[in-house]
Design a protein around this ligand. Structure first.
Ligand SMILES: C[S@@+](CC[C@H](N)C(=O)[O-])C[C@H]1O[C@@H](n2cnc3c(N)ncnc32)[C@H](O)[C@@H]1O
Length: 268
């Protein structure tokens, strides 16, 4: 592998990838898959797998679009997508060898129900994989700017009736994980996603002020402005727009980098 940039090399991304390389995934369920991003990651890293099923109830127009384009992207591969509520999975008990969920805990209206369903459909002794960003700990100014934008977007989603909570704390994620009572639990804490190891853009994100990330975030904020254009309460709408403009300034000043996250793997 090429020499990794310092930030990525000192993160736990390589350790997580190595751990995934030891997993024979078998039949895998990815819950709240959206555009199947985590399926991509697992395909690149797992020791082997038979097939994937990605489910999402497509709460927003964006996740619906993402799932439709994922269906095309994975054509010819052993991957199927279904629109389905994770609180009532339409699968038999113990019908998957591996279940996983990536960056979606804070999107769930009923975390307990979803996790119970994931455990129900997982074979005894199967792997349970979870990754979720956290908001506290030792984050850089660029990560804090990203969190600020995320919290603002989550508030807009909530106003529009889409469940989207604030990023969780590390302790809250661990409390949720501990309630699963998994065996052989391993927890990795990383600043960088595993996908950074496969970067095709010369690791440009290592610079928190890189232009591509900056333009993506500004576009995300401008898109959110459009989504609230018809919101009934004009005062709230104007306040959110002012906050959005201030967040743009913070991002221009501090740059932006994705929040640190916990990667968790254990067996039932
Ligand atoms: C941040 S996105 C998922 C990202 C994706 N897992 C990845 O790593 O690329 C969160 C998703 O959770 C989905 N979601 C929220 N509650 C759900 C539920 N009860 N059942 C199924 N999907 C749900 C939303 O529709 C949304 O697409």
């Amino acid at each position: 592998m090429e020499d990794l940039p310092k930030g990525l090399a000192s993160s736990n991304a390589s350790k997580i990838a190595k751990r995934l390389e030891s997993v024979s995934g078998g039949r895998i369920l990815d819950v709240a898959t959206a555009g199947g991003g985590f399926i991509d990651t697992l395909m690149k890293t797992l020791k082997d797998y038979d097939s994937f099923v990605g489910i999402d109830y497509c709460a927003s127009a964006t996740s619906k679009k993402e799932m439709e384009s994922a269906k095309k992207r994975f054509e010819g591969k052993p991957v199927r997508f279904f629109e389905m509520n994770a609180e009532t999975l339409k699968f038999e008990d113990e019908s998957f060898d591996t279940v996983c969920m990536s960056h979606s805990l804070h999107h769930l209206a009923n975390i307990g129900k979803v996790l119970a369903e994931m455990k129900r459909v997982l074979k005894n002794g199967g792997d349970f994989i979870l990754q979720e960003a956290y908001c506290d700990g030792d984050q850089t100014e660029a990560q804090k700017a990203d969190e600020l934008e995320h919290e603002w977007l989550a508030r807009i989603d909530s106003l529009l009736g889409i469940t989207h909570n604030k990023t969780l704390t590390k302790q809250r994620i661990m409390n949720i994980v501990n309630s699963l009572e998994l065996r052989e639990l391993e927890v990795f804490d990383s600043t960088h996603p595993v996908d950074c190891l496969f970067c095709k853009r010369k690791h440009e994100c290592e610079d928190p002020k890189n232009q591509a990330t900056f333009h993506n975030l500004i576009k995300e904020i401008d898109d959110a402005f459009k989504r609230i254009e018809n919101y009934s309460d004009l005062e709230t709408q104007n306040r959110l727009k002012e906050e959005g403009e201030r967040i743009k300034e913070t991002i221009a000043k501090s740059g932006s980098a994705s929040a640190s996250y916990l990667f968790i793997i254990g067996r039932t």
